[in-house]
Design a protein around this ligand. Sequence first.
Ligand code: GLA
Length: 381
Amino acid sequence: MKKYSKQIIMALILIISPILNSCQKEELKPAEVEKISWGKTGDGNNVDLYTLKNNKGSVMQVTNYGAIIVSLTMPDRNNKFEDIVLGNDSLYKYLRESPYFGAIVGRYGNRIGNGKFKIDDVPYQLTINNGENHLHGGLNGFDKVVWQAEPVKVENGSALKLSYHSYDGEEGYPGNLDITVFYTLSNENELIIEYSGKTDKKTIFNPTHHSYFNLTGKESSILDHELIINADQFTPVDSGLITTGELVNVENTAFDFRTAKAIGKDITNDEEQLKFGLGYDHNWVLNNYDGTLKLAVTLYEKNSGRVMEVLTTEPGLQFYSGNFLDGSITGKNNVVYNYRSGLCLEAQHYPDSPNKENFPSVILKPGDTYSQKTVYRFSAK
Ligand code: GLA
C-alpha cells in the first residue's frame, strides 16, 4: 500500500507541476490589448477602441480617433476603482463636440499669436481657430485625425503605439512630420506617454496631452483638489491668452502653488491674469528644466485619497481649470460636465514660443528626433 501511495504522489506531482508552471508564465505574460470596432468618421475612416489593463486592476480605453484616452480607472484609498477622466462614450459624441477631451494635441499645443511665425526669415501662416489666434494645431489638429494603432508588448503593463503622418502644409505647418505616441498603463498605476517625431523640413513641434482629470471619480467641481506645481515662475498672457514673453515670479500671486493649495483658494482673487484666463489657463515655468524626467505636479483629492503626480521632460506645464466647461456637454453615462468639473495638466513648451526668442526653442530640424516623456502616476493615501 505504502509503495503505491508513493507512486500516486509522484504521478500527481508530474501532472500538477506543468499546470503550476504555466500559471506562473501566464502571470509574467504582458497583458493583452483588446480591440473593438468603434464606428467611422464622416469621411469613412474606421475607428477602433482599445482596452488596456494592468495587473493592479486598472483599465484604460483609448481610441485611435485623436489618440484619445476615453476612460481611465484608478483605485481610491479603499481600492474602489472609478473613472478619473472626462470624455464621451461614443465616437459620434467626440465627432460632434469635444473640448480636446483626452486627446493628443498638435502639432502645437496651445496658442500661437495670429497664427504667424518665421523660420530662417521665411514667414508661415497657420489656420486661425481661436479668436485671432491659432490653438492646439488648428481646425483639424491631431485630436481630430485617425491615427494608426498597434498594441505592443511590454513587461511592465499594457501598451498601445499610435502613429500619424502630418503632411507638408497641413494647417499651415511646414514639412512632412511623423509622430509616434506610446501609451503605457504600467503595473505601478502609471500612465506613461512617450512621444517622438521626425520631419523632412524645419518645422515647429510641441505636442501635448489634454486629459481632463477629476480625482473624485464623480461629476463634481475640481476646486477642492489640492495642487503643488514645482515652479517659481509662470508666463503671463494678454487678453487673447497670448504669452507676453515675460517670466513672472509666482510669489504673492494666485499662481503660487509651490506648496499644496486648494485650486479654489485664490481662483477668484482680483488679479488681472485670472480675469484674462477666466481662472487658471496659464503656463508654469518648471524649476530646474534640463530635459530629464522631473516631478512637476502633485495633485491630491482628500475624499477619495487619490494622488496624481505628473513627471515630465518638458520645460512648461499648462494648468487649465476647466473654465470653458459650462454644462453644455453631456459626456459618459449622460453626465453633464459643469463649470470646472475637470482640470488639465499639459506638459509642453511655453505657448507662442516660436515668437519669443527668450523661450526654449520648439524648432525641429530634419535628421533630429523630437522626444518627450510625461508620466501621470497614481496612488492613494
Ligand atoms: C487649453 C487652453 C484653453 C482651452 C482648453 C480647451 O488648456 O489653454 O484655453 O482652449 O485647452 O478648451
